[in-house]
Design a protein around this ligand. Structure first.
Ligand code: ADP
Ligand code: MG
Length: 311
């Protein structure tokens, strides 16, 4: 089978963990072991999030006043390099005879996407209100309230076209394990004349993973994160793990924007476009999620098919 595996930014750097390189390397060892196990029997393409990492780079850029902070598309490219490098090294340690390659991946977005007039994705540090207002005026940022403070918010446009798709296909066909479209890809716009230019945005990595899996005609899409799977009534005492569910049934429910929402949307898009299946669950359970023993399995079908874990 051809399997696209999407690793959550939080699976690579767990909530509350210090943003140390060593901590990340250890988490990546877990990820690499899971990917390697699946890659023994399947063709695997890996993609990953970059939320905590791009936030760290933004903080580091903030600390040095000698130059203007680098634009987000450049920071996105840096996280693709950083996470890709760590993953590639660990994967090579597990899969000695396999070519493993990380590919910087640009993803075109529509310059008229409504996300550009309604930025929603918070990034970087939390500021005091006055500080945030000052920065917004100086740098033309959009800001919004987040918890006790204020944060910069950036557009999160729809991923439209993977520019390196032909290269990814080529690498997959010669048997390489490809790490690509990291952090949702590097957002770019294409001018009517065909010129490519970076744009300050952060594409949702789950939606980028769905586009990648659809474009590669994958058989399965695994969205690996830090929860068992998709819960019905999440955050309430009645919370129940959905074990098998159809995209039709999932689309009837609302899931949290910015966390489970995009995963559910990505899973639905993928299964509806390809007839394949999607698995959502814990990073450590990757192989079992693929064979249906753990996590939430999403397939196409009518309203009825929905199984819960027995309590
Ligand atoms: P990632 O970095 O892997 O994309 P996210 O934080 O974006 O991680 O998404 C996973 C988180 O989604 C979980 O840790 C959980 O707190 C949250 N979540 C929100 N709604 C649900 C739900 N219905 N079922 C399970 N988890 C949910
Ligand atoms: Mg997420």
């Amino acid at each position: 089978m051809r399997v696209v595996i999407a690793l959550g930014g939080n699976a690579l750097l767990k909530r509350g963990q210090p943003l140390e390189a060593e901590v990340q390397r250890q988490n990546i060892q877990t990820a690499a072991a899971v990917i390697a196990e699946i890659a023994e029997n399947h063709t695997v393409v890996v993609t990953h999030g970059n939320g905590p990492q791009v936030g760290l780079l933004a903080l580091q850029a903030e600390a040095y006043k000698g130059v203007n902070p680098y634009p987000l598309d450049v920071l996105d490219a840096q996280t693709e390099g950083m996470i890709g490098y760590l993953l590639e090294q660990e994967l090579r340690n597990h899969l000695k005879d396999r070519q493993v390659v990380t590919l910087l991946t640009q993803i075109a977005v529509d310059p008229h996407d409504s996300a550009f007039s309604q930025p929603t994705k918070p990034i970087g540090p939390v500021y005091l209100k006055t500080e945030a207002q000052q920065l917004a005026a100086q740098r033309g940022w959009a800001i919004c309230a987040d918890g006790d403070g204020y944060r910069r918010v950036v557009p999160s446009p729809e991923p439209k076209q993977i520019l390196e798709l032909a290269t990814i296909r080529l690498l997959v066909e010669v048997g390489a394990l490809v790490v690509c479209a990291g952090g949702g890809g590097i957002p770019v716009m294409i001018t009517p004349g065909g010129a490519i230019g970076g744009i300050e945005a952060v594409i949702d990595k789950d939606l980028a993973a769905a586009l990648l899996a659809i474009n590669l005609k994958a058989d399965a899409l695994l969205l690996l994160t830090d929860v068992e799977g998709v819960y019905h009534h999440w955050g309430t005492p009645e919370a129940q793990l959905l074990r098998e569910v159809t995209s039709t049934a999932l689309r009837q429910e609302h899931f949290a924007a910015g966390s489970m929402g995009p995963k559910v949307e990505a899973a639905c898009r993928f299964v509806e476009a390809t007839g394949g299946y999607a698995g959502i669950g814990k990073l450590e359970d990757g192989a079992e999620i693929l064979n249906g023993q753990r996590g939430t399995r999403v397939q196409i079908g009518g309203y009825g098919a929905r199984n819960y874990d027995s309590p």
